[in-house]
Every structure is written in structure tokens, then in C-alpha cells.
Design a protein around this ligand. Structure first.
Ligand code: NAP
Ligand code: ZN
Ligand code: ZN
Length: 388
């Protein structure tokens, strides 16, 4: 909340209870706020109006008035129960951009009014080798996801960015360059870093050929980032209408991945594949497009099993088949700064709270160029006007 901004009235439908545990930081008598939100109350409820109790900023906390939040396919998987294990009510959203509204007593690195972002994690153990190496996403004790995770320090379950505010420890808050459009920056906090990290891990540079499989939220960021790193980019898509769109985005070539002849023609042409497909699919045809010492990074996390990988396809060209999870906090900041330097943001369609359910259906149907972003100023509409 910006100072002086009224606390939104509780909306109809379930009210999310305040998390257990301490609600105020040492030395502060500040109060928490009720945030307007949209979330799921069951796997088939769709997104409905909810109210989330946010803690008062503890000493190391930053309170953020959220302006925009991207809609990631992971939000669909999670709210619809496709990954299992989630606790309802569940407010999704981990591509968060806003401005600092309050800071805890020990916070000196963020100031009220500054534009900031929060991605897919809000905490980790801070002690294990992964955390100490800046790889908090691989925390050996489990990182705390921005939504649907047990909050190890404050109790309760974390609730995400389809919400008017959030409170996050300063160590997990990113600085958003002022030169970039805040709505179009939001998707960088997940789609951007998730594709940036494997591109950097592979040390992509001029002269490399990067294949991007699936042209959705992650895929279109992979195209932009790989181009900005100087690579040649080949997009593999299942959607005919995306061929022209991919070229417009900056891809050098586009291959229709269900066209066997086109796939055969791409044999041994690619150094690194970034696979972002959100559904099970056969990887073996893609391994055949890789050169010796090529690598395929799988980023998509479908809820059902993938068809088996043919070991021969890997062995015959010393191909590495890898996975990658978002990116560490320092690397996420590096990605945001890289994007500011190269003028890279997401291509977005801004939606209001009442359009979220339709946006999810369109995302599943592949009908978005290339990321929906929620304008959180629409969250405080009266409940009867909101989506049911
Ligand atoms: P998205 O915007 O929906 O894009 C996924 C793309 O996959 C589609 O645009 C489509 O591209 C392709 N696709 C082909 N067949 C499909 C099918 N049957 N169903 C759905 N998509 C199909 O999704 P996203 O937000 O980019 O996320 C992609 C995947 O990455 C999701 O599984 C998500 O959970 C996962 N993810 C992983 C991480 C991580 O850290 N590893 C982080 C964020 C998201 P074409 O039309 O071009 O074929
Ligand atoms: Zn995501
Ligand atoms: Zn750790």
C-alpha cells in the first residue's frame, strides 16, 4: 500500500485468514494490511475475489504496492491442481512489479517509492551450499515459493501477486530499472529469468545457434534474450499462425515441429535447445536437430509423463539433456539489468481482474502474444462485478 492509500474493503467470497506467527517486526508497532486479491478456492473454482492478510513489515521486510503481475502457465497448473499438493485458497502470481510502500527498520537498500519486483521465490534457508552460491532456487532445504508454499519464517502459506500488495524479505526483492515499462517488465521475473539462466549457463554468444521450442511466455523471452546475446535463433512451433509472428519477434528461422520433412532438414543445425512446452511431447525429434556436444534444457513442467527419451539419440552426439529452474536472486538482477541495457521486455496483453479466467483458457489454447499481465488496480472492483 502506498502511504495514505486506504485498505481495500474485504470482498465477498472467502476471506483468507491471517497467517500464524509474528505479524509485526521488532521495534515496529505498524499494522499489517488486507490486500484485495484473486485466487482459487478449489481446483475447479476458477479465480474468485479473495482478501489476503499481509503481515506488517518485519525488520528486513519490504512492503510492495503491486502494480502489475504476469500470468504464467505455472499459475494455471497450480490453481487447477495439476501439480497436486497445493493448499486452497491459493492466490497465484510470481511475476510481480510494484513500488515500495513501507520498509522494515533494518532495510537500508530499498526506499519508499522505488520500483521493485518479486519473482518465483520469497525465501530460502540462506545457509546451504546452494544458497551461499547464489543458487537459492536449488536450496537444499527447499526454497519458499511466492505462492502455495509453507512460510518457514512467518508461518502460514505464501500467497502471490494477483493481489494489491505483498510483503517480502529484502533479500528476495529485485530492483526494476526505471527505463523499462513496468507492465512489460513483470514477465521478466519468471519467464525472463527462467530462459536467461540456461542461456547464460550454456554461455550463449555470437556464433551459437539457439533453438526455442514452444512460442509462449517463456519461449518468446528466450527468443529475445538469445538474440540480445548475439545468437542465431530458430523457433520450433506447433502453430502455423506463429511462423510470421516468430520472425517478427526476431527469430532467424522457424520450423513447424509437426512437419517431419522440416524437422529432418534441421538435422545437426542447433547448439542449444530451450524447450518451453507446457504439455508432454516427444523430445527425440529435437535431439536430432542438435550438433555434437549440443544440449537440450527442458523448462516446461507438464503434469503428465513425457514420452521416453531414446538414449541412442543422446549418446551418438554427446548430447546433454538438462533441466533448469528459474534463476538465483543475483542472476535475476543481472537479467533485469541486461534487459535494461538491451531494451528487452515482454510482449504483453494487459487484463483486468474480471478477465483472468478467460485469460487462463486462452493461455491453455495458445491464444496469447505472448504474456497476459494483470493490472492490479482493477482488483478492488465490487465483488458482484468480478468474475465468478
Ligand atoms: P505458455 O505461455 O502457455 O507457452 C507454452 C507453449 O508450449 C505454447 O505457446 C505452445 O507453443 C507450446 N505447446 C505445444 N503444445 C502444447 C500443448 N498441448 N499445451 C500447451 N502448450 C503447448 O506457457 P509458459 O508460461 O511459457 O510456461 C511453459 C512451461 O514452463 C509450463 O509448463 C510452466 O509451468 C513451465 N515453467 C517452468 C519454469 C522453470 O523454472 N523451469 C518456470 C516457469 C514456467 P507453440 O504454439 O509455439 O507450439
Ligand atoms: Zn512462472
Ligand atoms: Zn538453502
Amino acid at each position: 500500500m502506498t502511504p495514505g492509500r486506504p485498505v481495500p474493503p474485504p470482498l465477498a467470497k472467502p476471506v483468507y485468514p491471517a497467517p500464524d506467527g509474528p505479524s509485526a517486526g521488532a521495534g515496529t508497532d505498524a499494522a499489517g494490511v488486507l490486500a484485495a486479491a484473486r485466487g482459487a478456492v478449489s481446483s475447479d473454482s476458477g479465480l474468485v475475489p479473495l482478501t489476503v492478510a499481509r503481515r506488517a513489515p518485519a525488520a528486513d521486510d519490504v512492503e510492495i504496492a503491486i502494480e502489475f503481475c504476469g500470468l504464467c502457465h505455472s499459475d494455471v497448473h497450480a490453481t487447477r491442481g495439476e501439480w497436486g499438493g497445493k493448499v486452497y485458497p491459493l492466490v497465484p502470481g510470481h511475476e510481480i512489479v510494484g513500488t515500495v510502500s513501507r520498509v522494515g527498520s533494518a532495510v537500508t537498500d530499498f526506499a519508499v517509492g522505488e520500483r521493485v519486483g518479486v519473482g518465483c521465490m520469497v525465501d530460502s534457508c540462506r545457509e546451504c551450499d546452494s544458497c551461499l552460491d547464489g543458487l537459492e532456487q536449488y536450496c537444499e532445504n527447499g526454497m519458499t515459493g511466492t505462492y502455495g508454499a509453507k512460510d518457514r519464517r512467518h508461518g502460514g502459506t505464501t500467497q502471490g501477486g494477483y493481489s494489491s500488495s505483498i510483503v517480502v524479505d529484502r533479500r528476495y526483492v529485485l530492483r526494476v530499472p526505471e527505463s523499462l515499462d513496468p507492465a512489460a517488465v513483470a514477465p521478466l521475473l519468471c519467464a525472463g529469468i527462467t530462459t536467461f539462466s540456461p542461456l547464460r549457463h550454456f554461455d550463449v554468444a555470437e556464433g551459437d545457434v539457439v533453438g526455442v521450442v514452444g512460442l509462449g511466455g517463456l519461449g518468446h523471452m528466450a527468443v529475445k534474450l538469445a538474440k540480445a546475446m548475439g545468437a542465431k535463433v530458430v523457433v520450433f512451433t506447433t502453430s502455423g499462425p506463429k511462423v510470421a509472428a516468430a520472425l517478427e519477434l526476431g527469430a532467424d528461422e522457424v520450423v513447424l515441429s509437426r512437419d517431419e520433412a522440416a524437422m529432418a532438414a534441421a538435422d545437426r543445425t542447433i547448439d542449444l535447445i530451450i524447450d518451453t512446452v507446457a504439455a508432454p511431447h516427444d523430445l527425440n525429434p529435437f535431439f536430432r536437430t542438435l550438433r555434437v556436444d549440443g544440449a537440450l534444457f527442458q523448462l516446461g513442467l507438464p503434469s503428465e509423463a513425457m514420452p521416453p527419451v531414446n538414449p541412442g539419440a543422446l549418446i551418438r552426439r554427446r548430447i546433454a539433456y538438462a533441466g533448469s529452474l528459474i534463476g538465483g536472486i543475483a542472476e535475476t538482477q543481472e537479467m533485469l539489468d541486461f534487459c535494461a541495457e538491451h531494451g528487452v521486455v515482454a510482449d504483453i496483453e494487459v487484463v483486468g481482474a474480471g478477465q483472468l479466467n478467460e485469460a487462463y483458457d486462452r493461455m491453455v489454447a495458445g491464444d496469447v502474444k505472448y504474456r497476459f499481465v494483470l493490472d492490479t488496480s482493477t482488483l478492488q472492483a465490487p465483488a458482484e462485478e468480478a468474475d465468478a
